[in-house]
Design a protein around this ligand. Sequence first.
Ligand code: G1P
Length: 296
Amino acid sequence: MTREPIKTVIPAAGLGTRFLPATKAMPKEMLPVVDKPAIQYVVEEAVAAGSDDVLVVVGRNKNALANHFDRVTELEHTLERKGDASKLEKVMAASRLADIHFVRQGDPLGLGHAVLRARKHVGDETFAVLLGDDLIDARDVLLSRMIDVSRAESATVIALMEVEPSQIHLYGCAAVEETGEPDVVKVKYLVEKPAASDAPSNLAVIGRYVLKPEIFDVLEETGPGKGGEIQLTDALEALAADEQIAGPVLGVVFRGRRYDTGDRLDYLKSNLLLALDRDDLGAELGPWLKELAGQL
Ligand code: G1P
């Protein structure tokens, strides 16, 4: 089905403190997952779901991100001269993906604040927000389904995934009720990073959102929440509490492959899982991992 393209916002202004010192001079979204920066997977996902315009909300280390999505004529010429078409293609792919724009966040006041920085660029349209810490396997469908549900129901749509109760304190958590559709739930309320004992479910908010422009007014009014930050979850909770504002908040429950690259251990696991699936690496990596496991 062809959809009207929507704009995508990628917040990438976090300090990346969990990955210091690697993130001292480079945004964590530029950390490679196998051989591509994490953010490139995210932009590819947005483009695959029909987005043609991406706004990256950046922090102090903007240049590496901007350079990555720009042309590098010197390198392109060198590879051309060498006749290395495959590397040339890799270098040029990122600059051809979409129209990529940047806006600075200024003060890092939280995810809600980062999304608010997109207001001018997005205007009065439904848009997608994709967080770089969550990679969704390109073979599994999520964002395009969320966009379709948003259109069909005129709804705000968030992505949810079941997690172990011991992990729910790392995520926004949704209390939900069923709808007629097996993968869609109605969000009754949301809590940002609850203790396991206070969590209304084991459904975690993962980093994909399809938002209506009304979210901006709500974010303007949203004060600091968990951790003293302006939380996107709190603005979504305000929408869920009052459908008059922008219609319902729905959740698409994702049961596919998600790689969490925001945590060091999960980042390492993501690299291995994705490399195992690669034609050029998997055949050697698999047996080596088995051998290594035998020695542990
Ligand atoms: C953010 C959101 C949280 C969500 C998570 C998904 O938290 O605030 O609700 O569950 O992303 O990755 P962060 O991981 O940025 O602290």
